[in-house]
Design a protein around this ligand. Sequence first.
Ligand code: PGA
Length: 264
Amino acid sequence: MRVLIRKDYEEMSKTAAKIVADLIRRKPNCVLGLATGSTPIGMYEELIRMHKEEGLDFSQVVTFNLDEYYGLPPDHPQSYRYFMDEHLFKHINIKPENTHVPDGTVPIDRIDEYCRRYEEMIKEAGGIDLQVLGIGRDGHIAFNEPGSSLSSRTRLVALDEQTRKDNSRFFKSIDEVPRAAITMGVGTILEARCCMLLASGEGKAEVVAKAIEGPVTSQITASALQLHPNVIVILDEAAASKLERKDYYLYTERMFEELGKPLV
Ligand code: PGA
């Protein structure tokens, strides 16, 4: 794992956006795996700026989102499709048909087939080149709550109470937070060629330390990233504050810089 520690949220976001932009310039038809939540918003803002000011071209980029609340239609203000349109897609020149967010309105009797199809579409697009990830306070990546199989695939899941509480800040009350979601599985995520995990703030410090430096366990599904050969973790100082090997990560990045071989 390449762990990059930045001074604050803004620097974390800029570092992440640069990695995405470098990939798009290198491979204009790349496939991005995207995430919602508060954490990637700064990265999306920086990508929009790069599009507007530097001509970063999304015309051939294909995207697949990690998850969607089950039961929310795409035009619901708290749906992840709506989030992506508002925070990224409508501000850049991506083709709407190249953007994929799981459909939260699929009838329950068709959901397994729909989830299989979502996975097939990822494969048909050539697989995900770079998967952006946040981490929940219970250690989840996407909506893979504690106990999810580390080989899990795209499926319908029940949301943990902690997650519903954390996400209730976006809803009028916790009762409005959906109880289920469609999510890529841990196994699906691990198939991306590169995974990039972002975390910011003290509230994430403990779970970040467990995910990166603790044992691999289905109780913290982000820890499965330790099994992936190509992972970039970008943290701000606050989210990195409980890492035991923080000095080593800082030293590694500095040393690679001195050697003239960028770490990412
Ligand atoms: P956050 O959510 O970015 O809003 O903290 C992360 C997550 O739950 O995966």
